[in-house]
Design a protein around this ligand. Sequence first.
Ligand code: PHE
Length: 447
Amino acid sequence: MGHSKKQHKGSAGERFSSAGFILAAIGSAVGLGNMWKFPYITGQNGGAAFFLIFLAFLAIIGLPVLLAELTIGRGGRGDAAASFRNLSNRPFWHSIGLLLVLGSFFILTFYSVVAGWTIHYAVQSLGGELYRSADYGAVFERFTGGAMPVVWLVVVLAGTCWIVMRGVSGGIEKFNNVVIPGLFILLLLLMGYALTLPGAGAGIRFFLKPEFSELTVQSVLMALGQAFFSLSVGSGAMMTYGSYTDQRQSLGGAAIAIGSGNALYALMAGLIIFPTTFSFGIEPASGPGLVFIALPAAFSSMPFGSLFGGLFFVLLAIAALTSAVSLLEVPVAYAMNRWGRTRGKTAVAVTAACFAVALPCALSAGGVWSGVKAGGRTIFEWVDFITSNIMLPAGGLIITVFAGYVWDQAGKEAGLTAVWYRLWIVTLRYIAPVLILLIFLYSTGII
Ligand code: PHE
């Protein structure tokens, strides 16, 4: 062996069970990306054709990079920075891996704000208060301008911290084991209801009947970025989870299960949102407000709308929480190894640091600081932009380069058959890095 394997110090070799690992990884992947970002960017980019391209990117780029990330985690047996060093024996790679750790940390800061919104909307919808006014844009503005987003942010971060504190199998695995199947049942119920709404057919057609003429270069690149975000690839989350699986787990099988689980949830989310919006004559291209502004308008005029809407937001909140847990675990695992404190103390410290950055995010998304802008973006928008469009693609690129060129045992650790291995390595060396660079240059406005 050319490298020394340094085990996680603070976590004392914690492990997922095999099924627990798959559920936790699906929990990380399925989140606001599938149910808040995905519907509106699909709406803005012409519907079905965009969805198909997204699926294609998930399969040909997302899966290979996901497999590489899981493989580096299990082979390196460390946090998202230590794994790189353990496998290459070079401290340089440790510093590079730090970028992934920071990526997760900063994604969590704006992600937890939006997760808080979903809880507020769930409560307001179930209680019926949400439907007292007819102007949902104003409702959203009033809410994000007040103090409640900060209260919900604290709730989300405290809950996430509590789960992470309880450890890999006692917290993360247990939580996902309960909520992921529940999420699936909830989605099925909501989908069944949405598909029977009058006029649902137009929404289904929009979502599933491709019009390739409407595709632009921009939408193709957006689809690739969305494939990354949605699979949680490039942030070290999958690497950290991968470090908690044992040698018997088939990583190729796991990547396929995670990828198809994630695609299925995106499909079902689309089959809830588009039939609902079309049924009530709402523009699906209405942007980030689709879920918080357009959908409540639809819920308000349908039978059992407050229950349906309430359950929809509960679903969103749970999906967001399982992703937030994976995001927090990345810096927590890193900090535990680095400073050697207990999981509990580390989780509290990292969460507090996260709150310090999340607070300005919350206050700038409609609140008192929404007027504070640089280059046309608020603090919230900057953090989203830099993490999603710069740090994730950069993380993905680092992973492909490392597994494709630097670590020569990647194939052995992944345990693929010869044919699959060849396909995988060609994708990692030549196809994925080129495409990732393309989105990167595009999303930063360089091309
Ligand atoms: N995949 C999550 C979602 O779709 C977001 C996420 C990105 C989670 C990166 C972890 C790491 O919402």
